[in-house]
Write a protein that binds this ligand. Structure first.
Ligand code: FAD
Length: 420
């Protein structure tokens, strides 16, 4: 009899892990209260970027100087809600320290690069298996600036990217115009990373991966996991609001909701949610050919199957607080400023807004490894800003840990106990 693994959560990490665990010969059950890849998951509404160059953590040297601004400006690209400050303060200190110096940032970049490299190709393989290969495209990804001087304000990030093997093409105003004729002319410089790709509809993609796992024999249980029954260090069952599920192994891949589950199996991890938003102009055919990240917005702009999506913003306010939809309006307005041909008088029903939870560790690196109280339970969450791109290789690493074979990349930097 093959071993039974219960995968908790059906975002990109759980969905990809289910397929890899099936390939490794496990019997698989996925436990998920919502629709796989549904609106409750970060994997639904993200920026669609499959960006192997997203190696720079959110924390950077000197960030601490901006904390007063983050507190005073509730609509800035990064905001911390006053009411949440006492709760988040210990996490915030770890977050600031993680990127305190350039060598620290470089060490994080070196650690995460192997998790991201070749991501568009890995996604393509998964998508082919699920019959949705058209959802994965590789047209590069482009960071856009008003001019070279603006690009140079990010010299540290680009220096580190170069050191970890990332290459890019620099484009001037004429080349940009040729590539992106509809883009506002205030942008006159771009760094095009050709190894990048994007997903045309992350929610549909995750749903297709889970459907494929079911077609290959996995069971989907609509329930919320609440804990584990462990006897003598061995997992016996996963507890859910629908009853117990007998299991030999389990994987916690519940994104931002994983902290309590990890604690239930002895791992106290500093996981927070960095809330993010998107605004989408439904049905728009106006937009960039290559997904863009404008310097003045720190958001991704991607033409998806559902419309033109602008995703970004970081709001530290916990899992419970109501969304601040003004943040999504900022994203919508940025789209209107960036693409002058978009209709100015958009009716409300043409704009869809969404808020979701990035599962973020202070150093921007995920947790991938065994839980403290039982090696039968694996943690696979905390991917922050890079969960979509990192999903497939995370899944391969988890499958290797389940099977007891050597993982294809060093997992030390992702140890769940690194902050203990
Ligand atoms: C605005 C925004 C833009 C982003 N842009 C990008 C991008 O361009 N590229 C990129 O790589 N990443 C991006 N990210 C990050 C990325 O979306 C996340 O890191 C990634 O989706 C996390 O995937 P996950 O599977 O860990 O979690 P999720 O996708 O959140 O899935 C977790 C699932 O677990 C389920 N769950 C929760 N609790 C339980 C429980 N108790 N029992 C069972 N199931 C449970 C939830 O219902 C959910 O379906 C972005 C995020 C945001 C918010």
């Amino acid at each position: 009899m093959s071993q039974h693994v219960v995968i908790i959560g059906a975002g990109i990490v759980g969905a990809a892990t289910a397929l890899e665990a099936l390939s490794a010969g496990f019997r698989v059950t996925i436990v998920e209260p919502g629709d796989p890849g549904g609106e409750q998951a970060a994997s639904y509404g993200n920026g669609c970027w499959l960006s192997p160059m997203s190696v720079i953590p959110p924390s950077s040297p000197g960030l601490w100087k901006k904390i007063p601004k983050f507190l005073m400006d509730p609509l800035g690209p990064l905001a911390i809600r006053w009411s949440y400050l006492p709760r988040v303060a210990p996490w915030l200190v770890k977050y600031l320290l993680a990127g305190w110096t350039e060598p620290k940032v470089e060490a994080i970049a070196r650690a995460i690069r192997p998790l991201l490299v070749d991501a568009p190709a890995l996604h393509r393989t998964l998508a082919e298996r699920a019959g949705v290969e058209r959802l994965i495209e590789r047209r590069g990804l482009m960071y856009i600036y008003e001019n070279r001087a603006q690009f140079e304000t990010e010299a540290m990030a680009w220096r580190i990217r170069r050191k970890v093997g990332i290459e890019w093409l620099e484009l001037g105003p004429d080349e940009m115009r040729q590539r992106e004729p509809e883009l506002d002319r205030r942008y006159g410089f771009a760094a095009l990373v050709e190894e990048g790709g994007h997903c045309r509809d992350p929610g549909a993609y995750v749903a297709a991966l889970v459907a494929q796992a079911q077609a290959e024999g996995a069971t989907l249980v609509r329930a919320r996991a609440s804990g584990f029954r462990i006897e003598g260090g061995r997992l016996r069952a996963v507890l859910t609001d629908g009853g117990e599920i007998a299991a030999d192994r389990a994987v916690i891949s519940a994104g931002a909701y994983s902290k309590k589950l990890a604690a239930a199996v002895g791992s106290d991890v500093p996981l927070e949610t960095e809330r993010g938003y998107h605004a989408m102009i439904l049905g728009s055919e106006i937009g960039p050919r290559t997904p863009l990240m404008p310097y003045d917005g720190k958001m991704s702009v991607t033409l998806t199957d559902r419309g033109l999506r602008c995703a970004g913003q970081v709001e530290i306010a916990g899992l419970e607080a109501a969304p601040n939809w003004k943040r999504a309006e900022i994203l919508r307005d940025h789209l209107l400023r960036s693409f002058p041909n978009l209709p100015r008088d958009l009716p409300a029903e043409k704009v869809k807004v969404w808020m979701g939870h990035r599962p973020t560790m202070p150093d921007g690196l995920p947790c991938i490894g065994p839980a403290a109280a039982s090696a039968d339970v694996l943690l696979a969450f905390g991917h922050g800003h890079v969960g979509l791109v990192a999903g497939p290789r995370t899944a391969r690493a988890v499958a290797a840990l389940l099977a007891g074979t050597p993982p294809e990349l060093p997992l030390g930097p992702f140890s769940p106990s690194r902050f203990a």
